[in-house]
Write a protein that binds this ligand. Sequence first.
Ligand code: PEP
Ligand code: MG
Length: 721
Amino acid sequence: MEKERLDTELSANDFKQLVEVYKSIVATETGFSFPTDPMDQLWKAVAAVFKSWNNHRAITYRELNGIAHDWGTAVNVQSMVYGNMGDDCATGVCFTRDPSTGEKRFFGEYLVNAQGEDVVAGIRTPAPINDDSKNDSNRDEKTLEEYMPEIFQELTETYQKLERHYKDMQDIEFTVEANKLYLLQTRNGKRTAQAALKIAVDLESEGIVTKEEALLQIDPETLNQLLHPRLDPNASKTIIAKGLPASPGAGTGQICFTSERAHSLSENGEKVILVRQETSPEDIAGMAASQGILTARGGMTSHAAVVARGMGKPCVAGCSSLLINSQEQTLTIGDKVYKEGDWITVEGATGEVMNGEVPTLDAEITSDFATFMGWADEIRKLRVRTNADNPEDTKTAVKFGAEGIGLCRTEHMFFEPERILAVREMIFAETVPAREKALAKLLPFQREDFVGIYEALEGKPCNIRLLDPPLHEFLPHSAEEKAELAKYIDVELQTIEDISERLHEFNPMLGHRGCRLGITYPEIYKMQVQAIIEAAIEAKKKGITVKPEIMIPLVAIDKELSQLKEILQAHIETVFTEKGETVDYKLGTMIELPRAAITAANIAQHADFFSFGTNDLTQTTFGLSRDDAGKFLNEYVAESILPQDPFVSLDQEGVGYLVEFATKQGREANKDIHVGICGEHGGEPKSIDFCHRIGLDYVSCSPYRVPIARLSAAQAQIRNK
Ligand code: PEP
Ligand code: MG
């Protein structure tokens, strides 16, 4: 075809040539000539639709939307109507409400004498269907309302009927053939999170849906978009790597390789992204100072993921295409080398890492949010607590509706610069008095922390876990740190090296951690319960009633719990006597080992509560390291060996079985036992549905997931009525 004719209509001759070209392509690609029998064409078209279920695009779409691959699809065969048979014909697309804002306005576009593809393909510019659909560029065009008023009237009545019937905003395709309106398709329209909320609240107030139906309209995960900054959807972006979507939100900043540097740059008002092989508790300050965190290793329950979620910071974890050279301070992705100060952007809901600074938009919370969440609270039975270990996170969680703390990880409090030396002194102590001397330095810090948290909770329950992680996490690493410690505790450098060597463990996650620390060094737990109780007495004097829940981690054997309980109760009694004051408290345990779940009936006799630590319970049930699983779990999911990452969504068949079993056994042995979950699953909708079904009392999750958990709990109540 001649060049100058390219942007005009094809002639009849062009079409003939084109048809021949298409026929020869069909013959070469399929080995058959193009079918001419209509029934043959129809069956081939039907088969093509069925086959499309397995094309690459469809597979990707299902993966992104969590749709199972074995559902299959359906085919509708219907006769055609033609919008392109003259000027009394038209075709168009309309939305019954605004899918970007949720505003109640009917709007859309149409074309006279056209067929559907002409509207969506951009070959001709469509006109607005009514004044509500006009924008600056099409102010003078005739609307459908003006051009075909009766058709528009019928379309209006029809869309209202459809909204009432489907009880949701509709995205409708229509065709007019010889002045008669036909609907080609109607479906619930896709929408932004902001629009979803407004539409749900408006539909309820218009009497179209009940509160329950409105609550079911929103996928809890989409609330994430409302609570975190997000990428500007109009900004262009270049994706340079992809990792695990560990904590949602978008962050942009200069690359920084150490926590100290991140902290100092942010003090100068710079925006930074902390890039680490993996993070450890020592990185807390740097993480807090960053706009986002990017790690090369670690899974969805790695330190970086858990802490970032708690802080509400974007995090992309386990991004295995990153090559980080800590010596040279470089990050290599493919053949591009990034240095400190280069800008990158991370999007923690998708796991994408982008080149340069991609603009972001702030989170917006509207009054519709409060209305909607209020309905969720009226309906749900499952309580929602938060995992928080400082007053700031606690306040955020309470603002988001948390009904208490379900897990306060005390070890996070030990890493502040003025405390870490005393912590190391405690670890390196070789006698009980030496350890007690170091612990005495930590006591006032812990007490102060707890008073702050109790105040932020305003009387809500507070579950505090005693020290859990392996001690090696606190060891000094660099030569300077070792020298500083040697000086602080007044020993030779060699002594530090020797003790470090002795403290080394081959498998620290299964080593000297959890209640095993309390059994071997009871003075550590005694100091912690003293701080918890003294803080509660102090809070009581300020008019805040707290009932602390003291939680012993990683119990496998009932005797571990009963022995520690006896020691700690006796110590608490001495605190009461000394202070001349008492407070109510509970003492219970985490269930995070299969043995504990299996022997729950015995353990329950010594516990006021159980809290399922499903991160460790998943790790130990599967025999799968939570910090290393990121490397291969994706493949397991891609090959359908597992339906989902079990560190993200509870494995109901295996780990869930243990949770249900232990709950039943625990309740039979101790009818007053209070039962919750505090692993990362406590904020995941499907796992929350499971927790509701098996009758747990509460779930606990990171502050920014509290609204998601509240909505999920309400949906679980509605669905399982
Ligand atoms: C757990 O194991 O589920 C838990 C909450 O504890 P942590 O993640 O601190 O090990
Ligand atoms: Mg644990």
